[in-house]
Design a protein around this ligand. Sequence first.
Ligand code: SF4
Ligand code: SF4
Length: 390
Amino acid sequence: MSEKYLVQPDLAYIDELEGLGADTLKKCFQCATCSVACPIAPEDSPFPRKEMIAASWGLKDKLQCSGDIWLCHECGDCSDLCPRGARPGDVLSAIRYSAIKEYSQPKFLANAVEDPKKLPLLIAIPGLWFALLAFITMTAGETMTKIFHTIGIEWSHGGHGIAQANFFSTWFVDLTFIPLSICVAVVFGLSLKRFVIDIHENAVAEGKTDKKTIDIKALLQALVSIIPVVLKHDKFNECEANQDRATAHMMVLYSFIGLAVVTGIFCVVLYVFHIPGPYSQLNPVKWLGNISGAALVIGSLLMIKNRLAKKDQVSAYKDWYILGVVLSLGLTGLLTEMTRLAGYAEVTYFLYWLHLIAIFNLFAFLPFSKMAHLVYRTTAMAYAEYGNRK
Ligand code: SF4
Ligand code: SF4
């Protein structure tokens, strides 16, 4: 059955998409080659041709609550085969980023992350904050040690020799990132609630499901069932022309998982067993951290190389921002470790300051940056599984 579109063109939305790298969308003459070429589009109402039509009409409401835009894995196969050079893969990427901005709150942060002129501010704010923490740690360390000692808390977790905690108190670092993580989780939770309701209402309106309400338990079961698909990048691997992108993508994903595991273990070691770092290089958890850090650097460099090599693919600021943050995170982390081992204390502390700024940018702006696609896509894949949309 053909779909009915309520046509309410939004010219500002078309301009926004063009600014996000979809400047070719009007070249589409609706031949449907892309939908045939896409290896992962469902047979029932495949993408991305219908999204190209909707985008050229500026149908913002229809596109932003579509679960299908998130099923695309941005492999670029369709763009390679489009006879008009309309680059549907890039258009879908722009639509997704616009949806991230739409769902995330507060809006001023979403706008700041998208605006290259605001980049110095995004670096300066955490930069000044961590410089202040370093100043307090260095100048008031002894006083703080005494005050905390009287209430039975160990203030400095720094070991002997060069230790990051001697420059940035572990307490300060944790008291920055723990509340920040909670805020990010709340923002994501509220955004995802609206997102799931919208894609469900859209699916009902388009006749893709006959379930009027969402069965949360079944949706969570679907979420659990698609986690192996996400971890193995099964969908990404179904793409053909650009399979090399899957390798870089997997390296970055697994390095984040590895670093999260390492951080969790060392938190337990520090706060439960009261053993401060730095930890021995012979420690297997340390190996995991070093391997994950190296994989993060290599994976992000491969992503940058792939982008630079694809002359026909548009890379907007949103793409470079997140790649820059990920690469900075990996590089500063590895260099902090290497200079610490080499005994260059000042260089180590400076690199660790840069590392903290990179972590802050990754965490604080996660709901607003392109990285949010991990959460939205996983949710949309779970909804597709729940709705039996194969
Ligand atoms: S984007 Fe390209 S391949 Fe897809 S329908 Fe338009 S012209 Fe055809
Ligand atoms: S970029 Fe890849 S996954 Fe996305 S629509 Fe095109 S072919 Fe399909």
